[in-house]
Design a protein around this ligand. Structure first.
Ligand code: TXA
Ligand code: MG
Length: 368
């Protein structure tokens, strides 16, 4: 299939019209949102939705989010909307919040994977909103990556995964937030975060008080996550990744670099500007190391994480080491993704050196 790539800087109106027509005709089009790029199809057309699963290689038991352009659209998608859901929508839409609600009969099983609930979100990106209006239907859209790869946050990363597989890509430049929306179950008394994301736990709490976290989010393999997608090892770069957290992470990474160099092991080290500056100034063996910076704080890490993981796939190191951020605010979402990428292989660096916090899959040069 030939994939059209529209540059929105040059041909916004025309591109949106054509892309909207393709969606209405049952084709798949990728588009920017404020979180990550989405892979859209008419959410009320089961056959169109199947094409999304085919293009991504996505397991069919993983349901999709329906994207809407106007709050009123949710009343025809939900069979009931709790006062809690109304309140969340009024405060955080448009924006990176996805609400799980009881589904209406009109929604095809392909979207919900047979569940009696549906996930709905009103994105804050003007291109996403305009595209949904042009299409004239709710747009079912997962992230526009091949299943298991990091989500795309720019049109080149979408093209890398989707060229030749879908009808078109709307290139709207880089996404601002960089990690996916927060998925909240609104069907009970208390909201439950099924996937942390762009709307933080603290923001939700300041509006409604108590907010729960799906206990499966802490990585305990015995617990089954309520968002089916959270059970997969997502966001995975090709090389094994492990996290070094703690006060002396920079110093310990320098020691690991030395040991890796002795064994000709090629590393990518991902961290913030300050830590990388410290590492570069204080280490001698740097030939075999690629340094990738996310910038300064956790918002920068959220914005650049997926693009850095994809960059690692191009560099092809033997191992990837990252440092961590605290789990407040956006830190919860970004550390959730990072820990999944690391398959929960985490080391702690303190005055006594390195110790294992979780995981068993560390390369030999680390534990020697
Ligand atoms: O920011 C985002 O949410 C992006 C952009 C494109 O909007 N979309 C996205 O979609 O991340 P996806 O398909 O990659 O992730 C959707 C998540 C999955 O973990 C899925 O299992 C969960 O939402 N989900 C969807 N419907 C659900 C439902 N009815 N109940 C529980 N979880 C659901
Ligand atoms: Mg995804």
């Amino acid at each position: 299939m030939e994939t059209i790539r529209w540059n929105l800087k040059k041909e916004q109106e025309q591109a949106l019209r054509e892309a909207g027509k393709l969606l209405a005709a049952g084709e798949v089009v990728a588009f920017p949102t404020e979180t990550v790029y989405g892979l859209g199809a008419d959410g009320l057309n089961g056959e169109a939705v199947k094409k999304i699963f085919a293009a991504k290689g996505r397991p069919v038991d993983n349901p999709l989010i329906l994207h809407i352009a106007d709050k009123n659209m949710i009343y025809s998608l939900a069979s009931e909307l709790s006062p809690l859901a109304e309140k969340l929508a009024d405060s955080f839409w448009p924006g990176p919040l996805t609400m799980v609600v009881k589904k209406a009969d009109s929604i095809p099983d392909e979207v919900t994977a047979g569940l009696d609930t549906v996930a709905v979100r009103m994105p804050g990106h003007p291109v996403a909103a305009a595209l949904i209006r042009e299409a004239g239907c709710p747009v079912a859209a997962p992230s526009a990556n091949i299943s298991g790869k990091p989500s795309p946050t720019n049109a080149d990363d979408v093209a890398e995964d989707m060229m030749g597989k879908i009808a078109g890509i709307l290139d709207g430049g880089p996404c601002g937030i960089g990690v996916e929306s927060t998925v909240v179950d609104t069907t009970g008394e208390c909201p439950v975060i099924l996937r942390p994301g762009g709307i933080t736990k603290e923001m939700l709490e300041s509006l409604v008080g108590k907010v729960e976290l799906d206990p499966a989010l802490n990585g305990n393999p015995a617990l089954k996550p309520k968002a089916p997608g959270m059970k997969y090892r997502h966001y995975a770069p090709l090389a094994p990744l492990f996290i070094v957290e703690g006060k002396t992470a920079g110093r310990e990474i320098i020691r690991l670099m030395k040991k890796a160099a002795e064994e000709s092991v090629k590393l990518c080290v991902i961290s913030d500007d300050i830590t990388l500056g410290f590492i570069k100034e204080n280490s001698r063996r740097q030939e075999e190391v690629s340094f990738l910076s996310w910038g300064e704080g956790k918002e920068d890490l959220a914005e650049h994480l997926y693009e850095l993981l994809r960059e690692c796939d191009r560099i092809k190191p033997d191992f990837i080491i990252t440092t961590a951020v605290d789990e407040k605010g956006m830190g919860l979402a970004v550390m959730n993704r990072l820990k999944k990428s690391a398959a929960y292989n985490i080391l702690v660096a303190d005055e006594d050196g390195l110790s294992v916090k979780s995981g068993t899959n560390f390369p030999p040069f680390v534990l020697k």
